[in-house]
Structures are given as structure tokens and as C-alpha cells.
Design a protein around this ligand. Structure first.
Ligand SMILES: Nc1nc2c(ncn2[C@@H]2O[C@H](COP(=O)(O)OP(=O)(O)OP(=O)(O)O)[C@@H](O)[C@H]2O)c(=O)[nH]1
Length: 340
């Protein structure tokens, strides 16, 4: 039998939606801006599996020069723990933000959480404020902000979970009340405030939209789950085509793969017909749980080259992104009007 050859390029970027900027994202962002005067520190969360793509440049523009640290969440899903690959990747990621403190956490380990608490204890100051030091936790939808706050509170104060978490984006819709995570003898305690996840108004690169959807930053209904699995299969095959051998031999063909997966997992409809959409959602959940290999969706070497190349265009500014989002909405309205 011929050796399996994974696809080197993904061919189906055409009809992928590029925007997911909801009312509570816009409202959350403007509320954050209006609160800046009472905020001493920002914790910016990014997804370890997409460390470059999950950077939302709008935070940079909205939160200005407020002191900040960066936390990469879901570390357990993006690499093999303690491996040389993990060390190398984290060194590269750190080099992208040489002026910020950078931490890597996962919800099942205390290590990164303790380091953050130690850092905030020393670095988060609010000398003129009687109410203590207020830290805003920001990031893309579903990146793990509330989970991080619960762990900081648990480690810092020995207290139980304070905030609701969930597998779909949009669990936190408003800026929450301050949660105390560190007590200091001086009385200047540290409080964190959870915020609604904010997506970008427009994602110029369709591949980035697929990565963010796979990471769960976008509601599952926005992009067809079959398209998402097609892209995931392309990425898994480049990483390790044996990662799904429990269900299927290596393949580049998404629909036959999902039919086989559905049969193996019992996702069958009337007459034993495989339910392809349910199989797709189920396979995505398996990847999100770390059951289909642990790897990054972003190519860190490509990002290094991009940063070193002065010819490369900068990321979209917020104004450009909002303009593109308006254009997309207008084009959609025009199409609807013309087809009515
Ligand atoms: N495996 C793993 N899962 C995590 C980790 N952190 C968070 N999660 C899961 O990711 C999902 C989203 O977590 P939340 O804390 O609700 O995310 P959020 O950023 O507050 O979400 P929004 O309120 O929608 O913006 C939940 O199912 C968490 O259990 C992690 O480090 N590892």
C-alpha cells in the first residue's frame, strides 16, 4: 500500500465568514476603556494552541499603556508537558513580547498560577488607591479568563470558585465585580475583574478564523463543523496522521472520515446512516479535550520570519478592522436586497 501523504495546503478557504463582533463584545470593549482610570493592571489571556492568532490587537489599542502581563492558557492542549518541543516553543513565544512578563498555565496544574500570584504580589501596585489594586483580565471569548480567575482565587486566598465557566464562548457578558486574589499586609489587596471575551471585528485571514473557531472563540454554529474538521484533519495530518487511528486510517477526505468516525462512535441516524454533522462536532470536542494530539495550530517559525521581515504588513488596526466589518455587513445586505 502507498504511504499516506498529508495535504501541504488547505484548499477550502473560500466561503468562510470573517467577522464575529457581537453587541456584548463592542459594549465590553468600550466599558473597559471607560474604566481605565480605575484599573492598575491588565492580564491579557491568549490561547496556547494559537499563540499568535489569539492576540487581539484591539486590546493593545483600547487598554493603552496600562501595566500588563500575558498569560497563555490551555497549555496542556498545545504541547507534550516537559518536552524539548514545549521549551523551544515557549522560548519563541516569550521572544515575541520581550517587554512583558509572560506565563503559561493549564487548569490542572498549580505551577503557572503560583508564578502569576508571585509576580502580581510584587508588580501590581496601586499606592494611591485605598480600595487596593484592580486588575482587568481580558482576552478572546472562551480563552479561559474565568477559569484563570477561579484558580488565582483558589491559590491566592484558598477560596472556592467565584465565576461560572463553560465550553462555549459568551459565558461572561458583563464586566464582573472585583474578586480578591491576594491579601497584603499593607492593606493594598489585589482584586481581579473578569470581562466579556472580545473577538475582532474582522479577521483578514480566513485560516485564522478557522483556528479561532477550532479553539472555541467563535460559537460552533458560525462555521460549518464539517469545514472545521476538514481543516483540523489537514493540521492533524501534518502533525501526526496516527493521532486518530482509533477511529480511522490516515486520510485527507473529510466526509468519508466522518462517516467512519460516526460508525465507530455510534452517531447513526435512521437505517444506520452516519450523522456527519454530529460526528464533526464530536470530533472537534475530542480535539479540544486533547484526544487527537496536542499541538499548536500556529506556525511559530513562520511568525518569527514575519516579524523579521520589514516588508510584511502590520496587523490590521482597530479602525481598519471596523471598516472591513462594516463593508462585509453592507455587502451582505446588498446581496440580500438583490436576491429578494
Ligand atoms: N484543557 C483545558 N481547558 C481549559 C483551560 N482553561 C479553561 N479551560 C476550559 O475552557 C472553557 C472556557 O473557559 P472559561 O474560563 O469559561 O473561558 P472565558 O474566557 O471566561 O469565556 P467567556 O466568558 O466566554 O469569554 C471551559 O470549558 C474551561 O473548562 C486549561 O488550561 N486547559
Amino acid at each position: 500500500m502507498a504511504a499516506f501523504v498529508p495535504r501541504q495546503v488547505f484548499p477550502h478557504y473560500g466561503a468562510i465568514p470573517r467577522s464575529y463582533f457581537l453587541g456584548h463584545h463592542r459594549a465590553g470593549l468600550s466599558k473597559m476603556k471607560s474604566m481605565l482610570a480605575s484599573i492598575d493592571y491588565v492580564v491579557e489571556c491568549r490561547d496556547y494552541r494559537a499563540p499568535v492568532t489569539s492576540i487581539n490587537p484591539m486590546f493593545e489599542e483600547a487598554l493603552g499603556k496600562t501595566r500588563r502581563l500575558i498569560v497563555y492558557t490551555k497549555r496542556d492542549l498545545g504541547n507534550i508537558p516537559q518536552s524539548p518541543a514545549q521549551r523551544l516553543a515557549e522560548k519563541k513565544i516569550q521572544s515575541f513580547d520581550p517587554d512583558s512578563a509572560v506565563f503559561f498555565v493549564d487548569s490542572s496544574s498549580r505551577q503557572g498560577i503560583n508564578q502569576i500570584i508571585k509576580h502580581l504580589r510584587n508588580d501590581a501596585e496601586a499606592p494611591d488607591r485605598l480600595v487596593g489594586c484592580r486588575v482587568l483580565v481580558v482576552g478572546m471569548p472562551n480563552v479561559g479568563k474565568s477559569t484563570l480567575i477561579n484558580h488565582l482565587r483558589n491559590q491566592g486566598m484558598g477560596k472556592a470558585k467565584a465565576l461560572k465557566t463553560g465550553g462555549q464562548p459568551g459565558i461572561t457578558r458583563k464586566i464582573a465585580s472585583p474578586v480578591k486574589i491576594i491579601e497584603r499586609e499593607s492593606g493594598s489587596h489585589v482584586y481581579v475583574l473578569d470581562t466579556p471575551g472580545v473577538f475582532m471585528p474582522y479577521v483578514s485571514d480566513a485560516e485564522n478564523m478557522l483556528k479561532l473557531a477550532l479553539c472555541g472563540c467563535v460559537k460552533d454554529a458560525v462555521i460549518s463543523p464539517v469545514t472545521l474538521v476538514d481543516y483540523l484533519l489537514y493540521k492533524v495530518n501534518l502533525h501526526d496522521a496516527q493521532a486518530y487511528q482509533r477511529w480511522s486510517a490516515p486520510t485527507n477526505d473529510v466526509v468519508p472520515f466522518l462517516e467512519t468516525f460516526a460508525r465507530r462512535t455510534g452517531l447513526l441516524g435512521k437505517g444506520g446512516v452516519p450523522i456527519v454533522e454530529s460526528a464533526a462536532l464530536n470530533f472537534i470536542q475530542k480535539w479540544r479535550a486533547g484526544d487527537v494530539g496536542r499541538f499548536m495550530l500556529d506556525d511559530l517559525e513562520a511568525e518569527e520570519r514575519r516579524r523579521d521581515d520589514p516588508e510584511q504588513p502590520a496587523r490590521l488596526s482597530m479602525t481598519q478592522a471596523l471598516r472591513n466589518e462594516r463593508m462585509t455587513r453592507k455587502n451582505k445586505l446588498d446581496v440580500n436586497k438583490n436576491s429578494a
